[in-house]
Every structure is written in structure tokens, then in C-alpha cells.
Design a protein around this ligand. Structure first.
Ligand SMILES: [Fe+2]
Length: 433
């Protein structure tokens, strides 16, 4: 669940000199980020890559799991960071977001597309990457951190949160002997801005949309309904999750009474796509009767977005990806409650708010992946796969298989090997290998 933006060394002792002249130095100020691709497996064209959140991804052979070549995004697209949670459209294209830091004196968020059909089989599919849209960052050296983004049929949702990377601190961290967590700042007095990009025009829609400060890692899903973009995300009231990376905290014994992290809240926001400038201040412009989220016009013409809280305590969300970008009902997730490590997996019904739960003593689940039935008719026709590790020395790690509709166990497969606690994964059907 936690992001893994890391770096391993600065490129050199170049100094920031200020003013326009500094622009030529910017590329040297940006630290070299890690190539430790430990967050997710992503697909680009017909290829699969282990990914981090940096400019490096590592191709893998999905059949043998052999490690293949390291790929540097910067060879194809100007960016320094890229999320480990791309989206895939119905044409098989991969859409992702990245941050380009200090290029030509500007820092910007970049949305790009990698074609699903690589016309040049001998070359990397990234060679045919295309930038769809760029959004300027508010500060040159303090871009917002983000771990994922949302997508509907026609729109991209980017949440510019007040959790900021301090690039100058990152650049000098190696020499100062400090960790990356100390180079990320949560500004609780700042706003969280929502950018809704129209994929057809490749531009953000007009209007300014914001809410209170929070920290977000995972989008769950987004869809269009009655002239609104609706999106569900998991948020924290602060960045206390980062504090878990300090060794002093890793060694701590946690209890429910001494909970050290804020409990994640699943929030639904709704953004009206058309909003009349003549509307009165204080008017709620969300008009979908079944949604409690609001978007209220402020004095300055911006819209203050108030969420509907769907539930609390879930992370590592997954859905039936056939419903990605569409109105949907079910979320499959790990339940975290007061611990930073999940202890249960759940199926959350966004309509009834009911939860089905799977848990077992001394078992620690990872993200529950939904695999649709080949002949499925309903959204939850399919199975759940979740890798589980156990703190019982007599129990091997296993892959749990649940019926997604009932959450009853269908089986489990063990291997005789030590496995670490997992985060994200991918299901690759036989015909794609
Ligand atoms: Fe993630």
C-alpha cells in the first residue's frame, strides 16, 4: 500500500544557482532515482515490466519470470517519475502519468499513452509513446507526490495533493545521510486540487475544483454519470503512514490503543462537468440524487468538493477491471484498520455498504485480485486471488482462491519457499504469455 519512491545517489555536487541561469543545471539537481522495481507488474504493448515509481522499469519474462533488460523511460519520454498504477483502455493501450522535473525550467505532470499494438515488434513499445496532456506544477521544486490516478471513458482524474516532494532535499539527501521520507512534506494547510482532463481535447476541463488537505495513494474507480465525473479514492488525514518506514517505528510493538497511523477513509467525490457561472455562491452543483458528495460554489468561483464517506479501513483496492471507468458496485480490498499491515481481505458493496470478510489466524494477505469468469454475466462473477503469508512457522505461504460472489474459499495453493509480504500483482491469462 505504501509508495516506494526511493533514490540511491545524487548525480553530483552541482549547486542550485538561482535565476534563469539555473535552468541548465536543473537536470543535474534531480537525483537519480532507484531502479528497485518492487511495487507492481505493468503491461506495455505485449511486454510485462516490474515497476517502481521512477524512470526505471524492468522487463520480465512472464513465462519463466526471468529478469530481462532495464528500461529507462527518459529515453522515450521526458519524465523523472512515473506511477506504478497505469490504466489500460479497451483498445489495449497503456495510459500512465509521470512528473517531469525542471525540464526547460518547468516542472509538470505528464499523461502519456503507450500503444497496445506495437508496430515495431523488435523495438520497445515505449518508442511509440505519446504525450496526451501536461499540467504545470505549482512549484518548480516541490511537485505533488501521487501514486495513482483515475480514468473514465472520456476523462483522466489527477489529484494534486499537498503531499509534496522536495527535490532539493532529495538531491542532497545522500550527502546528508537522511532517508527519502524526510524529503516529503505534508502541508496540511494547503488545498487538494482536482484536475479533470478531457481525453478528447487533451485539456483540463474549465473550472477549479478543490477539497481539504489529505493524503491519497490509491484511486479505486471513476465513472461518468448524469453530467458528472464521479471518483472513489482512499485517503488519509495525514502522512503518518510514512513514519512507519523509520526503523524506530518498525521495531515498535503496536496495539489498538497505540495506533500509529490514521485509518484510511474511502471517499466518493463528484465533479459537475458543466457549471453555470451565474449560479449563486453556496449552491451545491452535484445533482445526482443517489450521491451525497457535494461541489459547492465559493466566493471566488471555485468549487469546494465535499466527499461522501463510503467506508473506512480498506486499502489495496481492486475491482472487476471490465468495469474500470464505468459505473460499478464492488470493491475488493485488504482491511488495515489500526495496523499498517492488512489482516483481512474484504468485498465491499458500495450500494448496500455491506462487507464480506475473509481472515485466518496469523495470516497476512496482500491485494486481492479479481479475475472475471470467462462466461461471467454479473460484475462479481469471478474469483479472487490473494497471496497470503503466515507468521505461523508451520504454515507455508499460499495463494488463496475465493469465490468473488460469496467470498467462500475455493482452494489454496502452497509452495515450499519463504515468501515476503506482497503488495500488488497482475493476473496474466495463458493466451497472453
Ligand atoms: Fe499501490
Amino acid at each position: 500500500m505504501a509508495p516506494c519512491l526511493q533514490f540511491h545517489a545524487s548525480r553530483g555536487p552541482e549547486k542550485y544557482v538561482g535565476g534563469k541561469r539555473a535552468f541548465s543545471y536543473l537536470s543535474n539537481i534531480v537525483p537519480e532515482f532507484t531502479d528497485n522495481c518492487l511495487i507492481n507488474i505493468i503491461r506495455c504493448g505485449q511486454d510485462y515490466y516490474a515497476s517502481s515509481e521512477t524512470n526505471f522499469i524492468r522487463r520480465i519474462d512472464p513465462q519463466t519470470l526471468d529478469t530481462l533488460e532495464k528500461v529507462n523511460y527518459t529515453k522515450y519520454i521526458t519524465l523523472n517519475l512515473a506511477t506504478s498504477h497505469p490504466h489500460y483502455d479497451c483498445a489495449g493501450n497503456t495510459l500512465n502519468m509521470g512528473t517531469s522535473i525542471g525540464d526547460k525550467g518547468k516542472t509538470k505532470y505528464v499523461i502519456f499513452k503507450i500503444p497496445g499494438n506495437n508496430p515495431d515488434k523488435e523495438k520497445s513499445p515505449l518508442k511509440h509513446s505519446e504525450i496526451l496532456c501536461s499540467i504545470p506544477a505549482q512549484k518548480l521544486f516541490c511537485p505533488s507526490y501521487y501514486h495513482s490516478f483515475g480514468m473514465t471513458e472520456n476523462y483522466i482524474i489527477f489529484v494534486e495533493q499537498p503531499l509534496k516532494l522536495d527535490i532539493l532535499k532529495l538531491a542532497t539527501a545522500y550527502f546528508r545521510g537522511v532517508n527519502w521520507a524526510s524529503c516529503i512534506t505534508f502541508n496540511e494547510d494547503e488545498k487538494t486540487w482536482f484536475h479533470i482532463i478531457d481525453k478528447r481535447t487533451r485539456k483540463p476541463i474549465s473550472g477549479k475544483f478543490y477539497t481539504d488537505a489529505f493524503v491519497i495513494y490509491h484511486h479505486i474507480n471513476a465513472y461518468e454519470e448524469e453530467g458528472h465525473v464521479v471518483f472513489d479514492i482512499i485517503t488519509y488525514k495525514d502522512n503518518s503512514l510514512y513514519d512507519m518506514f523509520y526503523m524506530a517505528n518498525v521495531r515498535k510493538v503496536f496495539s489498538e490503543e497505540s495506533a500509529a497511523i490514521s485509518v484510511p477513509a474511502t471517499k466518493r467525490f463528484a465533479i459537475p462537468l458543466q457549471h453555470d457561472k451565474g449560479v449563486e455562491v453556496g449552491t451545491n452543483l452535484v445533482t445526482i440524487p443517489t450521491i451525497k458528495a457535494k461541489a459547492v460554489k465559493s466566493e471566488d468561483g471555485t468549487l469546494y468538493c465535499e466527499p461522501e464517506i463510503l467506508c473506512e479501513g480498506i486499502e489495496l483496492p481492486q475491482i472487476n477491471y471490465d468495469f474500470n471507468g464505468k459505473k460499478y458496485r464492488y470493491v475488493y480490498a485488504a482491511q488495515v484498520q489500526w495496523r499498517p499491515i492488512p489482516t483481512k481481505i474484504v468485498k465491499f458493496d458500495t450500494v448496500t455498504k455491506d462487507m464480506l470478510v475473509w481472515s485466518e489466524d496469523m495470516c497476512w494477505p496482500a491485494e486481492p485480485l479479481f479475475i472475471p469468469s470467462p462466461d461471467g454475466k454479473e460484475e462479481d462473477d469471478g474469483i479472487i486471488l490473494s497471496p497470503i503469508v503466515s507468521s505461523d512457522p508451520n504454515k507455508s505461504a499460499f495463494l488463496l482462491v475465493l469465490d468473488a460472489k460469496s467470498f467462500q474459499e475455493l482452494g489454496r495453493a502452497s509452495i515450499n519457499a519463504g515468501l515476503h509480504l506482497d503488495l500488488h500483482g497482475i493476473f496474466i491469462p495463458d493466451h497472453n504469455v
